[in-house]
Design a protein. Structure first.
Length: 145
């Protein structure tokens, strides 16, 4: 992970935004975006990774992030990474393919979400979600449309 003033600001916001959230495996949610960010190698992707679920899962908006001083480049990536409820999941994934930074962050996100070692046991719903993630990975890698 790259530590810059922007990434530190993103880290503080990520911790604030997800402070009371728990992930599906029963651990504090903040570990997920932090793990995704650790896979990144530049400031833009690190900031986007830290904030990749903020707009989708918390009351913060893209306009809020712009007002906080996050760059338009980061906000563009976050806009692509925010899955709107009215958009079918694989259509959302296909749109991510338009931005290399968004692809990089989403692939790291999907890899972490697919890590079975995070779970004590898998449910039928977990297996279905895993299949959806595999399809998304294939799309992002250009292996299918």
């Amino acid at each position: 992970m790259i530590y810059t003033p922007a990434t530190k600001k993103a880290m503080r916001l990520m911790f604030e935004a997800h402070r009371d959230a728990w992930d599906k495996s029963g651990v504090p949610y903040v570990f997920h975006p932090f793990h995704v960010a650790e896979q990144m190698d530049d400031e833009i992707s690190t900031v986007a990774a830290l904030l990749h679920d903020v707009v989708e899962d918390t009351p913060y908006t893209l306009d809020d992030l712009r007002e906080m001083g996050f760059s338009e480049e980061v906000c563009d990536v976050l806009d692509l990474l925010t899955h709107r409820k009215d958009v079918p999941y694989l259509d959302y994934v296909r749109k991510i393919r338009t931005n290399p930074v968004a692809i990089k962050v989403k692939l790291a996100d999907l890899a972490h979400n697919s890590d079975r070692s995070r779970f004590d046991s898998m449910t039928e719903q977990d297996y279905r979600r895993e299949e959806k993630y595999k399809a998304a990975i294939r799309i992002l890698r250009g292996e299918e449309d």
